[in-house]
Design a protein around this ligand. Structure first.
Ligand SMILES: *Cc1c(COP(=O)(O)O)cnc(C)c1O
Length: 495
């Protein structure tokens, strides 16, 4: 059955999956959502015998229905290959009462690889299907991890160019080094003198600029997005929640139909929204636990029903979650409003003008399966150290926010449901903060000294992605003001 997508702000016009992937963001500024969420048509017990790639096909075929079986399998097989350092793709590791779903075994060692290793293939296939002649220009705002994962995915992909904007002082040293050393003539990396929200707003403004779109078209280009607003990212992220359930079944940790909870360290709300869709598709997920750092706008939202971004933006040691406007929440708002585009559009307008909105009690009642909480910076560091001291397992700062929130959840509910924690980055990506948490005396050491120490105390090999940047040359050093972003894109494209 054909599945269509509509904008969360005007749901009259229908788009195929490939059109939605190409466009990224709807013209009215809304996000694409499926008109209905399909149910899995295989038994969970059958999934237990499948590989990651096979599970991916079973999930994605239901959401990207205008691809042929061959096209979709081709995309999947080219994405989830030896770029990942384990055949399992997303291994589950048990430590201290929870299952850590390690989503960082791809090329750039953060969970963004799970979607961004397949997005270029989905996009090229979509372009072919829609007879697109223009080159596709991927425009991306990043809080650190998306940028590198998108660059790695799109570098040297024919028919595409990619421009990444990151907050110059808002990413870790290793994240920055990973990005500015990116190879590929079709790549451009730009630091902005501002924070992630400003980068994201600047990118959204370019997407919504009709005049700019015409100028681009005349020059043989069109924009698309690699941010988690693109359904081509959301859909592949649903896969690993289904896969996690299938692994728990395969390992007989649960029986078919048993419920699990998931805990997701959250920023732009893409990852946890994928878990919500997995639940809607039939994976027995009980609670969706949304973990925030000190930028706890989502915790406050789940508590009060008021989303209010009017607050100080705090730079934390989990920078990929330093976000006050969680874009993907719009999709959840649309769904809990009963797929009411007008109502959602009103709320998003209030967010754009007043910086806040209130949902109705009816809508709030539909959030019962969500639990939100947050950790302070000290609690995050304590969580890393406590888990390491107890088990020897080292987690990164983002995953530690989730682990810390999970502890709070268990303390307040005594819920013993088996729980999967989305482990979103390798600790090697945030070595300084991680090693600082474990041993404060190391704070003056060089980054790569800390990398070596982490490898020895954690008893894990240094990922290739880190080895690669040890000596890599810096290839990008552009830094611009927030209001120069558009001019910089044009300059890069020779317009
Ligand atoms: C992007 C990212 C997050 C936040 O994910 P969202 O989908 O934006 O909520 C958490 N942890 C890491 C390491 C990330 O890169």
């Amino acid at each position: 059955m054909e599945l269509y997508y509509v904008s969360t702000r005007d749901n009259k016009k229908k788009f195929t999956a490939s059109q939605a992937i190409l466009q990224g963001l709807a013209e009215d500024g809304g996000l694409f959502v499926p008109t209905s969420v399909p149910k899995l048509d295989v038994n969970l017990s059958d999934l237990a015998n499948m590989t990651y790639q096979q599970v991916a096909y079973e999930v994605m075929k239901l959401l990207i229905t205008d691809f042929t079986e061959e096209e979709l399998k081709n995309c999947i097989n080219r994405a989830y290959d030896s770029k990942f350092d384990t055949e399992e793709i997303a291994p589950l590791v048990y430590a201290d009462g929870a299952y850590y779903l390690e989503l960082f075994h791809g090329a750039t060692i953060a969970f963004k690889d799970m979607a961004l290793s397949i997005l270029p293939h989905l996009m090229i296939t979509s372009a072919r299907k829609n007879n697109i002649k223009n080159d596709i220009v991927i425009l991306t705002a990043t809080s650190g991890d998306t940028g590198k994962a998108a660059l790695a995915g799109f570098a040297d992909v024919e028919g595409t160019k990619i421009v990444v904007f990151y907050p110059k002082n808002g990413v870790s040293a290793i994240q920055e080094k990973q990005m500015v050393t990116q190879k590929g003539d079709n790549t451009h990396v730009v630091g902005i003198k501002g924070n992630f929200d400003q980068a994201q707003t600047g990118v959204k403004m370019m997407f919504n600029d009709r005049e700019l779109a015409t100028e681009l078209d005349n020059a043989g280009y069109q924009f698309s997005s690699a941010n988690s607003i693109n359904i081509g990212r959301l859909v592949p992220q649903i896969v690993y929640y289904v896969y996690a359930y299938s692994r728990l079944l395969a390992e007989e940790k649960i029986a078919e139909g048993d419920k699990i909870n998931v805990v997701v360290p959250t920023g732009n709300f893409g990852n946890i929204l994928a878990a919500f869709y997995a639940k809607t598709m039939g994976v027995p997920i009980a609670k969706l636990i949304c973990a925030s750092n000190e930028n706890k706008v989502l915790y406050d939202f789940f508590e009060t029903g008021c989303y209010d971004r009017n607050r100080e933006f705090i730079l934390t040691n989990s920078p990929s979650m330093d976000i006050l406007i969680s874009s993907n929440l719009e999709r959840l708002i649309y769904h809990i409003a009963g797929d009411d585009a007008a109502k959602n559009a009103d709320l998003m307008k209030a967010l754009a003008t007043a910086g806040k909105y209130n949902i109705t009690p009816d809508m709030k009642a539909k959030l019962v399966d969500f639990y939100g909480n947050y950790t302070s910076e000290a609690e995050t560091a304590d969580t890393i150290k406590a888990l390491y001291d107890k088990t020897g397992y080292v987690i990164d700062t983002h995953t530690a926010v989730a682990a810390g929130v999970y502890k709070k959840y268990v303390a307040s509910t005594s819920d013993e449901t088996p729980t999967v924690i989305a482990s979103t980055a390798s600790p090697f990506k945030f070595t300084r903060a991680v090693m600082g948490a474990i041993d404060a005396s190391l704070s003056n050491e060089e980054d790569f000294v800390l990398v070596d120490k982490l490898s020895s105390i954690g008893n894990v090999a240094i990922p290739q992605a880190i080895e690669d940047i040890r000596s890599a040359e810096v290839r990008h050093n552009t830094v611009v003001e927030v209001d120069e972003m558009c001019a910089e894109v044009k300059r890069f494209l020779g317009m």
